[in-house]
Ligand binder design. Sequence first.
Ligand SMILES: Nc1nc2c(ncn2[C@@H]2O[C@H](COP(=O)(O)OP(=O)(O)O)[C@@H](O)[C@H]2O)c(=O)[nH]1
Ligand SMILES: [Mg+2]
Length: 583
Amino acid sequence: MPIPTISKMMTARSSNKIMAKAAVVLFLFWIIALILLTRPLSNTTPSDSSNDLHSRLSQAISELTVLKDKNQELQWILNNIQSGNVKDNVKEKLRLTLQDSLGSANRPTGPSKEYEVKRRSIFRGVQEMWYFVRAELKKLKSFNQAEDTSQLKKTISEVLATGAEHEMTLLNNLDELSNMEEHDKWRATESQALSGLVQKRLHHLQNPSDCTKARKLICNLNKSCGYGCQIHHAAYCFIMAYATKRTMILNSKKWRYHRGGWETIFLPVSDTCTDPAGAFPQDRSNWPGKNETQVIELPIVDMLSPRPPFLPLSIPRDLSERIIRLHGDPSVWWIGQFMKYLLRYQPETQAMLDEAKKNMSFQKPIVGVHVRRTDKVGTEAAFHSVDEYMVYVAEFFNKLEMKQNVDVRRVYLASDDPSVLPEAKKKYPDYEFLGDVSVAKGAAVSTRYTDASLRGILMDIDMLANSDYLVCTFSSQVCRVAYEIMQTLHPDASSKFKSLDDIYYYGGQGAHQQVAVYPHKITRESEIALQVGDVLGIAGNHWDGYSRGVNERTKLSGLYPSFKAREKYNIVDFPPYSEVDSS
Ligand SMILES: Nc1nc2c(ncn2[C@@H]2O[C@H](COP(=O)(O)OP(=O)(O)O)[C@@H](O)[C@H]2O)c(=O)[nH]1
Ligand SMILES: [Mg+2]
């Protein structure tokens, strides 16, 4: 409520009015004081601890002291008004006092004691971690050459182990902090509402009232690549359809992963409109066509020209504030929504997956590990040993065990290399590995494009997405699809992964940029300098505190400390869907 200015109040006649107001405020203070004083006593039961009673009484007394001061101020103002002596300083005092009294009614309640205590403990934790690292590094610096290198190694191992404990505790504390004060409930509700809104728009888009007149975008599911790549192709088509307000017609006849087509595995993308034909055969064009062209055929993203602004990693302006508030990686959340609609299983597919989960006793807590080998290694990605993945699996469980008992360290292991599962089981007897060697065998390049192999990859991706944490290589589309689906199962699962190589990307995406939030002076040869506000084209994160990229201002390319930059979101105007939102 706006506070009326004092000049208006005074010129609007009435010292009488003011007196009445002041009297009301005084009366209210008196009532509040009475309530505060009597409440602790009247509510006290014999079982109340005397400590509690004492603290409530002290609180009441301190509040009463404040009221008493206010009372005196008001008395002083009243006396001045009654003596007809309303000077500027009295007016100002009255204004401040009334403002204060009115404002206190709307004052925010503030964080809870638990929240404040937790926040301070995280602050202290960060300090302690640095004190520890600094002190240990200084000790190491003063080691002289003559000293035993085995002692040096021992000290370093201790620093690594204790440092990890610091980190795990801090992260656990942050998790707890983020769930306090019902913030987790808010996230769940908001995530449901936001996703519901997008799914409703997609349903509307895909089910036009008259299919013969609907504007259509034809997507051919014939990209000659693996399953993850084809799912990404379909999702790219769907995003293009949404952005052009065209119904997507998914042509999946003779799909390389199932001759029967998309609908043998997933629900059709439309209940009412699957006919690629338009009203007139000539009213058809390749991308981009015209806005009024009824049927447009879309090429694969690699051949797309011109390239519109709404390709991933862009997000829609009308929802951007909400998505950025909810999710740690807004573009993945957005892509996940298209996955959510596309990948609705047929009942038989769902039954097959449920059965597989049951037979395997798939249960949480569980880490999903994807080890991509065969044709990928040496061509599109480097080889990574099982040990490299297991470091992060162990980290996940170590962290979890700091806050709860973990009976079994369970891992779902997916791979296209059948030797990986037996190797992991042998090397890590303390872990329980779930997985199916015959699925990995079926994923061999020679048998990959078969119905049986499709069941295997469906199962692997589903289990990976349903795990609590993902360890994989983001260079693989299989893992990226699992990560995207994972986002649809939690309000924000953006940090539930560890990629051994790339950062997240979408094939054919527009520029992925960051923006410098702290300046950086070069300290090592491989680095680039930053000024606040510099736009950086990020090429990758080395997961060692440094990212690689190009500074668009200086055109120089190199490493910069990852913490000195943040994501630059590509927020784009997508068409509005207000008619759907309000229906
Ligand atoms: N079942 C199964 N198949 C896999 C696995 N990893 C790779 N494949 C097979 O290899 C294909 C690779 O697909 P693609 O989308 O090109 O992903 P990428 O090559 O890993 O980026 C998949 O579609 C599967 O057919 C796996 O862990 N499990
Ligand atoms: Mg591939």
